[in-house]
Design a protein around this ligand. Sequence first.
Ligand SMILES: *Cc1c(COP(=O)(O)O)cnc(C)c1O
Length: 427
Amino acid sequence: MSKLTQVEGHSLKEKQAADTGTGISTAGQPVSSGKLEHVFPSYARFDISLVKGKGSWVWDDKGNKYLDFTSGLAVTSLGHAPEKVGEKLKAQIDTLWHVSNLFHNPGQDKVAELLTANTCADQVFFCNSGAESNEAAIKLARRYHQKVKGTGRYEVITFKQSFHGRTLATLTATGQDKVKDGFLPLPQGFVTVPLHDLPALEAAIGENTAAIMLEMVLAEGGVLEVQPEFLNSVVELCKKHGLLLIVDEVQTGMGRTGKLFAHQYYGIEPDIFTVAKGIASGFPAGVMLAKGYLREAFTPGSHATTFGGTPLATAVIAATIETMLEDNLPQRAAESGEYLTGLLKEKLADCPFVVDIRGKGLLIGIECQAPVSDIVLAGQSKGLLFVTAGTHVIRLLPNLYVSKEEINQAVDILSELIHTYANEHKA
Ligand SMILES: *Cc1c(COP(=O)(O)O)cnc(C)c1O
């Protein structure tokens, strides 16, 4: 019976393969076409297959070597395949992978201790991504107002050009129309106002407002730093109206900007902040952190996720944080960022095509007069990987151990590329 089903399944697959003419060999084995024909085309991918990484470098399937200034979008902050973290991961693989959150897990206690000892937060919720940590933050804000304060408030104010994720709630919170296209109807309870527009922000606050959510540096939105005076006004407004302040540190967190968390630059204490990307060196994980008075809002059964904070995940998160603290990596990121930004300013000073060079630590943007996607492709052929932030901004995200020599190498390539492109653009 089972044999027959297998045979039938097999022939069906072969029939489909014959229909489309791709994907299955005559022996019935899947063959990789390298074109991801059976993967949704929701990503516009570069024509490079990366197969190996070490430190600041990655290799493609043809053996080409690239200097990686993307870090998997601010994820591999310790560089590729960091040994200390890898050792802890391997040891945990031989010990225990998953138990569910029905049981205690000493790994969660360890990570929560590390995070709360080094921040203003007292409570941690474990999840698996940036979007999920923002979902948790939005849910916590609503539940606090509705169950603890009894006010029934639910609305979250966010800012134009922000990015908060791709779930329905977090894409609604995101201040960019392109992520909402074709996904109507959007959930209720979100208002978006222009960044640095205090009158608009004040006008948006109403009886249903529960929280204000923002990034300290709008990374996807063009590497735009929030102005300190504006941030102070946001904090004041939260106090005045009883709103929770949510800081999205998914990209700016874990040492990227030169402090463990970017909000620590401004002397503010968010009620809630969210972390993911750089927290586990590439292992998928996120956390939401909050002040102690929010603890009672998340009573047993109120929020949950199967994979949040597994023994495997917490072993990797703990190893990542411990390595960062031991090696004083945020400080190193601050210094390297200053060196990199300084060098870029020096080499590009004579180039009017470059509008602005800005950033914090090793989250750096080079704003240009024209779209920069061709410069990104040209960089790949010169062996340097970097990304954009919006259409006109080159975004650099090297790992936090990046060396001076690697920075010099990257700036030489970038400077030549940008000068060449600027000349061609003029002609
Ligand atoms: C990447 C990012 C997210 C979403 O994180 P995912 O892990 O992709 O869900 C949210 N906020 C910011 C600021 C980000 O950079």
